[in-house]
Ligand binder design. Structure first.
Ligand code: ZN
Ligand code: MG
Length: 489
């Protein structure tokens, strides 16, 4: 049969239109948009891609777990670098390496090419499939009741415990507590679980595939107000030989390392667990301080909308306790100065965004303390508790550091009386850094501060208003209002 050019172009036009219709149909499928989601249609094909992210590099069950879900579901093993040692994965299972490499496209761009289904399930190592359960999780997520963004089902026989999550970002803290009251809707769960969510939601997170998977997702979800819908039905856990004690230890310490790394990324320095125990992820005696050199009187954390990390406040309190007890034992006349006195009067503690503690002392008393005498002679000395006493490089004052490596410190300012006026030799140009009448120290009075009792000038209010100006106690202000004002963060 011969085809005329006219017939050919007509045929081409019809074909093109059909193709266009097909494309339109795929982009705007005729499905109801679930309530609670945006008006944008869900991307991707129906189905659930299984992501294996949480497993040990050596003693794992990744091939067995992959076989349990493939080929019914697309399965991808997510790894940091190339999967090593190599694993005998079933055909069709893909590997997604998250570490960027110059010769490859960005890893997450690859993830969106790899995960073509509308939903993903993050499945812990050793999980076995339960017929229809992933589909039921998807239905529970999309049925609209309760506006959940993550569906959760337990793995193994232990039931999940529902948790409420409270984020205190400014204080670098996350608090968990048991929340038995909310049937099926939680903010986090305790126990091994499969998490199912919309692919679009997962990859809209700043840390979509961070580990430990559950901790990473629950904290990011809590920041967004996402809820979890918990299903009672469980996935079976494969029966495997128990790990050797060495392998168990490796698994535990690996988890610990990953948790620390995650918390650093998320800016969490303290976790308060449901039973009241605390996990600290910030600085300690043998690490550096959490923040670098303070410029313009404003520590960097203030400019990221945060206050002093809790580990730093704790270290400052500890250093203050040490310094105050040494000064008292030596008979040195000292007193709370500047922002520290302001904190003591305002809330009996260090001001929650302050970065050091300031004490004044009588210069003539310095020789009474062996650590200060050594520091005055130009030698930095570590006392028997690991605090480092030294003369400040910046001028005529002393600094006691939390440790040699962690430079959180208490500043000691030597004053002397000149005709009834307290003065000193180094001035750093702060507003409160001025001479004052000696009568404020006659006598000194005890004041609650940071969990101890420390000495303070008498008439603290008058003293503070003399130094900082009227209303200083009632109107909190950041240390350098020209850089950052209270309430305008
Ligand atoms: Zn710290
Ligand atoms: Mg200060």
């Amino acid at each position: 049969m011969r085809v005329s050019p006219c017939q050919a172009s007509l045929g081409a036009a019809i074909g093109l239109n059909l193709l266009l219709l097909l494309v339109l149909y795929w982009r705007w499928p005729l499905r109801p948009v679930p309530p609670g989601s945006s008006c944008r249609p869900p991307r991707g094909a129906p189905g659930v891609t299984v992501l294996l992210r949480e497993y040990e590099p050596l003693d794992n069950d990744v091939p067995g777990t992959a076989r349990a879900f493939a080929p019914r579901h697309p399965v991808a093993v997510v790894t940091d670098a190339a999967l090593y040692p190599p694993l005998p994965l079933p055909a069709g299972v893909t590997v997604l390496a998250l570490r960027p490499a110059p010769e490859r496209p960005p890893p997450l761009a690859q993830a969106e090419r790899l995960v073509r289904t509308r939903h993903v399930a993050l499945v812990p190592d050793g999980t076995r499939a339960a017929p229809g359960l992933l589909e039921r999780m998807r239905a529970a997520l999309e049925d609209g009741a309760g506006d959940a963004r993550i569906a959760v089902a337990p793995v193994g026989t232990a039931p999940l415990r529902c948790l409420a999550v409270r984020l205190e970002a400014r204080e670098w803290t996350v608090r968990y507590r048991h929340a038995p009251g909310a049937p099926g809707l939680c903010q986090a769960v305790e126990g091994s679980a499969v998490l199912l969510l919309r692919t679009r939601d997962l990859f809209a997170l700043p840390f979509p595939l961070a580990r430990p998977v559950t901790a990473a997702l629950f904290i990011q979800a809590a920041f967004r107000g996402w809820r979890l819908r918990v299903l009672p039905a469980a996935f079976p856990l494969s029966r495997r030989l128990p790990l050797s004690p060495e392998a168990q230890w490796k698994a535990r310490s690996g988890l610990e390392t990953r948790r620390r790394r995650l918390m650093r990324e998320l800016g969490i320095k303290r976790e308060v667990l449901p039973d009241g125990r605390e996990r600290w992820h910030g600085c300690g005696k043998d690490t550096a301080r959490c923040f670098g050199t303070v410029h313009a009187g404003t520590p960097q954390y203030l400019l990221s909308g945060r206050w002093t990390p809790p580990c730093c406040l704790r270290a400052l309190r500890e250093t203050t306790r040490r310094v105050v007890s040494v000064l008292e034992a030596s008979g040195i006349r000292y007193w709370l100065e500047g922002g520290s006195l302001l904190g003591a009067v305002r809330l009996r503690d260090i001001i929650p965004w302050d970065y050091d503690v300031d004490l004044g002392l009588y210069k003539e008393d310095v020789g009474k303390c062996r650590w200060l005498a050594a520091a005055a002679a130009g030698e930095a000395v570590e006392d028997e508790e690991g605090f480092l006493w030294e003369k400040a490089a910046e001028g005529e004052f002393y600094r006691v550091h939390y440790s040699r490596s962690n430079r959180l410190h208490v500043d000691l300012w030597p004053f002397y009386s000149r005709g009834g006026v307290m003065t000193k030799d180094t001035w750093l140009g702060h507003r409160q850094d001025v001479e004052f009448p000696e009568r404020f120290l006659q006598p000194r009075v005890p004041l609650e501060f940071a969990g101890m009792t420390a000495m303070a000038p008498n008439s603290a209010r008058e003293f503070l208003e003399f130094k900082f100006g009227a209303g200083a106690i009632e109107n909190p202000e950041y240390p350098n209002p020209s850089v950052m004002r209270m309430g305008q963060e």
